[in-house]
Ligand binder design. Structure first.
Ligand code: EPU
Length: 416
């Protein structure tokens, strides 16, 4: 299994191009199931999760032509309306095939995703919403079996804000009979990006970007071309890396308006940020200052940036409180950061981080995607060598991270 070896202490300087967003690309690829026409998608990131979802959809009969960051999908010959456990267990986002399959073909069999490293993550809201639209759903042998001749528009109020839940119900509603209102909808930019694509395909959606989506179902959707939105979490991760290691880095093909809450925290930590239409520059000369925050749904501070900011706080001046409100078990990085010399205590869903002068390199283990990113950031700032094991977690969600980092001066290499 691959590992990452980082010799820390190098300042970062130069330019990095940000890739398309993982969490937009995954639902957008699933939207290929909604039409028999071609869907031409650009800015698709090179990620293991993207390979997994395309593998799943090829099994269903979707034709996929890949050419670098461009992918053309054709759903004229979908024959298998099933997402098997073998693939769903490796990637929960496979649940995003449920809504489109049911809406277009009236039937779907999708494995229930199990728990995962960051929490139990049930999909009851996806099921509740589809049932409200008239689907008959039963669970047997670990699979969700769903049927509906044609889904019917409904008013759906989810118990909590759910990103993939909103996306699944949105993809179901666009082909349903009549009007669907999704209340308490997730406002994450990736949901908005999916909605924009659906509109290009002929869907009728109002309220994009708000917590109330109103959808008038149509008979069929047609082909479209779409450029996937920039990855705000990759953007934030590189900003944290520069803030922790020090330096002067410009990120291209990204948008500052996608991560206001995280940028405010970086400024509070002492970073100088300048931004343009499609770039962000960070300059960091001094030791960071500790910043406290709590994770919330968009536009609040993203849970997907919690671990990376925690790494920054570990070597900051002062003590910070980091509260995780979205997932119940998203502090797996704490013990590993402590192995690198950090001083973090956990009390319930809050981590209390006492800033230390520096990280000292050590072997550590990645436990999930964003936890891995926090270990990379710590390794870049650490004195000496850090060896990170199990980086397959990192490869799921970051596009060639070590190459991008070495291009701006990091001493980082992939070792077997
Ligand atoms: N929830 C339920 N029932 C449901 C759905 C969600 O109880 O039916 C709970 C979850 O257990 C969680 C909360 O609601 O406590 C929010 O979960 P949500 O459904 O919003 O998460 P998700 O859609 O499964 C997406 C991202 C995650 C990101 C979260 C929160 C994708 C493919 N995944 O997950 O991304 O952390 O939203 O923003 O979009 C990552 O990229 O590292 C990652 C984990």
């Amino acid at each position: 299994m691959d590992k990452l070896l980082i010799r820390g202490g190098k300042r970062l300087s130069g330019e990095v191009t940000i890739s398309g967003a993982k969490n937009a690309a995954l639902p957008i690829l699933c939207a290929g199931l909604l039409t028999a026409d071609d869907l031409r998608l650009t800015n698709i990131p090179h990620l293991q999760d993207v390979l997994t979802i395309t593998k799943l959809m090829k099994q269903m009969g979707l034709r996929v032509q890949e050419n670098g960051e461009e992918v053309v999908l054709n759903g004229n010959d979908i024959t298998r309306l099933e997402a098997p456990y073998e693939l769903v267990k490796t990637m929960r986002a496979s649940i995003l095939t449920l809504g489109p399959l049911l809406a277009r073909f009236g039937e779907a069999k999708v494995s229930l995703p199990g728990g995962c490293a960051i929490g139990s993550r049930p999909v009851d809201q996806h099921i509740k919403g589809l049932q409200a639209m008239g689907a008959e759903i039963h669970i047997d042998g670990g699979y969700i079996y769903a049927k509906a001749k044609r889904l019917k528009g409904a008013r759906i109020v989810t118990d909590m804000i759910t990103v993939t839940g909103t996306e699944n119900l949105l993809m179901a509603a666009v082909l349903a009979d009549g009007e669907t209102v999704l209340e308490n909808a997730a406002r994450e930019p990736e949901v908005g990006d999916l909605a924009q694509l659906l509109v290009k395909m002929g869907a009728k959606i109002e309220g994009i970007g708000s917590d109330r989506l109103v959808i008038q179902g149509v008979e069929r959707l047609h082909g479209a071309t779409h450029d996937v939105i920039a990855d705000r979490i990759e953007t934030g991760t590189f900003l944290c890396a520069a803030a922790a290691a020090g330096g002067d880095v410009t990120l291209r093909r990204t948008r500052s308006g996608l991560l206001d809450a995280a940028l405010d925290k970086l400024r509070e930590a002492g970073a100088i940020l300048t931004t343009g239409d499609d770039w962000i520059r960070i300059q960091m000369a001094a030791r960071p200052k500790a910043v406290s925050f709590r994770t919330t749904e968009y536009p609040g501070f993203p849970t997907d940036m919690q671990a990376q900011f925690m790494a920054l706080n570990c070597i900051a001046d002062g003590t910070s409180h980091v509260t995780e409100t979205i997932f119940e078990n998203r502090f797996m990085h704490v013990q590993e950061l402590n192995r690198l010399g950090a001083a973090i205590d956990i009390e319930g869903n809050t981590s209390i981080v006492k800033g230390v002068d520096k990280f000292i390199g050590a072997p550590v283990m990645a436990t999930d995607l964003r936890a891995s990113a926090s270990l990379v950031i710590a390794g870049l700032a650490a004195q000496g060598e850090t060896l990170i094991e199990r980086i397959y977690h990192l490869d799921r969600g970051y596009d060639r991270m070590e190459l991008k980092l070495s291009s701006i001066g990091a001493d980082i290499e992939r070792v077997k």
